[in-house]
Design a protein around this ligand. Structure first.
Ligand code: BV8
Ligand code: ZN
Length: 246
């Protein structure tokens, strides 16, 4: 049981627009490994070796090996209570925006309607030559998926050194500027420009609430931090909201 503070309930009561800024930690309870920290996937493999275009051109087979592995895990995973709670908030508030760094599509699968994907979506793939898109059902059997035009097919995710999709980042910045409450859920907040949205929300004097199993480099910016699992804490916010604000 987590005690949600009176201040938080007061803020939720007054809010019209909430942004949930999420990272890999929100999908941890769905069985999807996080990136950093003791069980992070990047402990074993370095991002430089995998999540960047040069690595892909040097060794497409190895990079595809990693993404096929992650696609499999994501395919077998389900949205957890944290994703579902965020979707349920939509029943009570006029504007619930999800800004996610995750590529696992779990927010949409949980029922969230406004979802901005800053780093792409692993269920989408495209040819680097003719930009033909291949959705989830395309054959992953080949070691190196190749387009009918002969070009290499890559996952539609943002690698290090690549620009974020302008429309997603622009809409996320707009939401961070106009929301009353900005949740920061399950992110180490070390990747930019995604993490800069936290500062944008702060400058817009949104009420910042962090949900994480441990302190992060942005905990000092928060109005309140709740330490524990997102799948356990987020439902408590909704319970408190329904009890006090309905
Ligand atoms: C860019 C998609 C402009 C792929 C990802 C050199 C050249 C260019 C740029 C840079 C450079 N040096 C640095 C940069 C900037 C770089 C960056 O930020 N690097 C960092 C690491 C220092 N950024 C970029 O490159 C970006 N592009 O800047 O372009 C540009 C262009 C050209 C030239 C110059 C500039 C692109 C960044 C996007 C990279 N792609 N992913 C894929 O997923 O395969 S990043 C990757 O990290 C994921 O998207 C992930 O979501 C994201 C952030 O990590 P988190 O989500 O926070 O996950 P993490 O594991 O770190 O933390 C999990 C948290 O959850 C922890 O705090 C844990 O405590 C908590 N937790 C765990 N369990 C739970 C929990 N919390 C609650 N409940 C639980 N149960
Ligand atoms: Zn092609």
């Amino acid at each position: 049981m987590y005690k949600i503070s009176e201040r938080t309930i007061e803020k939720l009561r007054q809010t019209k627009s909430i942004v949930f800024f999420t990272g890999a930690g929100i999908s941890a309870e769905s069985g999807i490994p996080i990136f950093r920290g003791k069980d992070g996937i990047w402990n074993k493999l370095k991002p430089e070796e995998l999540a960047n275009f040069d690595a892909f051109m040097r060794n497409p087979e190895m990079v595809w090996e990693w993404y096929k592995h992650r696609k499999q895990i994501i395919k077998e995973s389900q949205p957890n209570a944290a994703h579902k709670t965020i979707a349920e908030f939509q029943k009570y508030l006029p504007e619930v925006v999800v800004v996610t760094q995750n590529i696992d599509n779990l927010h949409r699968r949980a029922g969230s309607k406004i979802v901005y994907e800053l780093h792409g979506n692993i269920e989408r793939n495209y040819c680097i030559n003719c930009h033909k898109f291949y959705t989830e059902d395309f054959e992953l059997t080949d070691k190196i998926p190749t387009c009918e035009c002969g070009g290499l097919i890559r996952p539609d995710v943002v690698w290090f050194g690549e620009y974020l999709p302008e429309d997603q980042l622009g809409a996320s910045e707009k939401a961070a500027k106009s929301c009353n409450v900005f949740f920061v859920v399950g992110t180490s907040a070390v990747v930019y420009p995604a993490a800069s949205l936290i500062y944008t929300a702060k400058e817009n004097s949104a009420y910042l609430i962090e949900v994480n199993i441990e302190e992060t480099e942005v905990s000092r910016l928060m109005n309140e931090s709740y330490f524990g699992k997102a799948g356990e804490i987020l439902p408590e916010f909704l319970e408190a909201y329904k009890k006090d604000c309905r």
